[in-house]
Ligand binder design. Structure first.
Ligand code: ADP
Length: 416
């Protein structure tokens, strides 16, 4: 069928998060990893393209996202969504702003909205300031992120150095009046404008989605993507057929964790008490192949059952590795090691913690398309895929998502 809603996600966990939020509206979602090589043939009403462009150079991110847009338009997409993290993960260079403006230029539109909020997961925006639970973003653990430390909480200030067009806020007192008030507050001029919209609850998201569903390009977190899909289903632009149930392959279970987020570190601490675990350190990985070989032989000698390999470390340990290796090299060493372990492991049920980490693992496994399975926690579904070694179940978890017991809860979902 012809695609109506096309989405581009800046990382792989973000893409599965978005796909699961869209699937809640009952419409089938197709999830592609990377821009497909061949032109659209078997597309569905919603197509999500997962990229790994959150931390790449701006020109590369713009090139990849505009290629994804071309593919989506070729599939027939009438509405485009630029999905980024609910904690607005970016730097002064980008890539949120430059990609939004490249997509606006390609779509010949001068107006877009930015709605990262995900109230169900504690992300809200008030007076333009992003909160993680009760903390402003810049006081939350995101201030210590290894790749994009977030040191400001104000979305307009965060966008300013990344964009050429001005920012504009629709504040919560307007949002609270509902869809008509929000639509009336959209600027009417034809200047390139980025509109940040306050969002503190799901009801706000629904009103925002109704008020902006006509825009060619919308930008934000998975919760807005889900709310927009619900509007499109209600208006008949998207079908509301129930998704087919896929079955999970049985087999060995493995957690690979490269996220250093506070929640992932708590999950790692919780799981090490339940399952055998092995820790990787970027400094020993940098010293030569022995550290990776050790991890491989550790994995090969473990009894059947769940196990964990992780590099997740607290901010002091991360800072130490980064001082010696640089942030990019430290990150790459860990990502490459975890990706290589995913390739050699015999596991058929794999949980990966971390957005960049998930991108590296999925690329190494050569997976180009995922089928959506059950939701483990808000924004984290199981997904099923075919690899050259047979079918596999994958859960790609964004660093801060899930509760302490996420890893064991994930495997319980498949054995239930
Ligand atoms: P999240 O979803 O929490 O943002 P990501 O996987 O996107 O997680 O990012 C975490 C980054 O930190 C990855 O590039 C990973 O390789 C890197 N990393 C993991 N462990 C360490 C460590 N001990 N020292 C330095 N960097 C690390």
């Amino acid at each position: 069928m012809t695609t109506y809603f096309g989405a581009i996600a800046d990382d792989f966990t973000g893409a599965t998060d978005l796909a699961s939020m869209i699937a809640r509206s009952g419409t089938p979602v197709s999830l592609r990893l990377g821009v497909p090589d061949c032109p659209p043939q078997d597309s569905t009403g919603v197509e999500v393209i997962a990229l790994k462009c959150r931390s790449t150079p701006v020109a590369e991110a713009v090139c990849e996202t505009t290629a994804a847009l071309d593919w989506l338009r070729g599939a027939g997409a009438r509405r485009t969504f630029w999905k980024y993290c609910s904690t607005f993960d970016s730097t002064a260079q980008g890539n949120i702003g430059p990609v939004a403006e490249a997509l606006m230029a390609a779509l010949q539109t001068h107006l877009t909205i930015h709605v990262p909020a995900f109230p169900e997961n504690g992300r809200s925006v008030y007076m333009g300031n992003l909160f993680v639970d009760q903390q402003p973003l810049a006081e939350s653990p995101m201030k210590d992120h290894p790749l994009n430390p977030m040191r400001d909480s104000n979305l307009l200030r965060l966008l300013a150095p990344q964009t050429t067009g001005p920012g504009h806020l629709i504040p919560w007192p307007v949002v609270a009046q509902g869809m008509d008030a929000i639509r009336a507050a959209l600027p009417q001029n034809d200047r390139l404008t980025h509109i940040v919209i306050d969002t503190v609850a799901d009801a706000d998201l629904q009103a925002i989605a109704q008020a902006t569903a006509h825009l060619p390009l919308t930008c934000g977190g998975s919760a807005l993507g889900g709310a927009l899909a619900a509007v499109f289903v209600k208006s008949g632009s998207l079908p509301a057929t129930a998704t087919t149930k896929a079955t999970a392959p049985k087999g060995d279970q493995l957690v690979l964790s490269g996220s250093c987020s506070a929640m992932t570190r708590a999950q790692v601490a919780h799981f090490t008490a339940l399952a055998p675990s092995h820790k990787l350190d970027p400094l020993t990985l940098a010293a030569g192949p022995a550290a990776l070989q050790l991890a491989q032989s550790w994995l090969a000698t473990q009894p059947p059952g769940p196990k964990l390999i992780y590099a997740s470390a607290d901010p002091e340990e991360v800072a130490k590795a980064q001082r010696q290796l640089g942030a990019e090299r430290a990150g790459q060493l860990v990502e490459q090691a975890l990706a290589s372990l995913a390739q050699t492991a015999k596991a058929t049920q794999i949980v990966v913690a971390g957005g960049e980490t998930s991108g590296a693992v999925v690329k190494a496994l050569g997976i180009s398309r995922l089928t959506l399975g059950p939701e483990i926690a808000p924004g984290v579904p199981w997904c099923f895929a075919d690899t050259s070694n047979g079918p596999i179940a994958l859960a790609l978890k964004s660093g801060n998502f899930g509760d302490d017991d996420f890893f064991s809860a994930a495997f319980a979902h498949l054995t239930a």
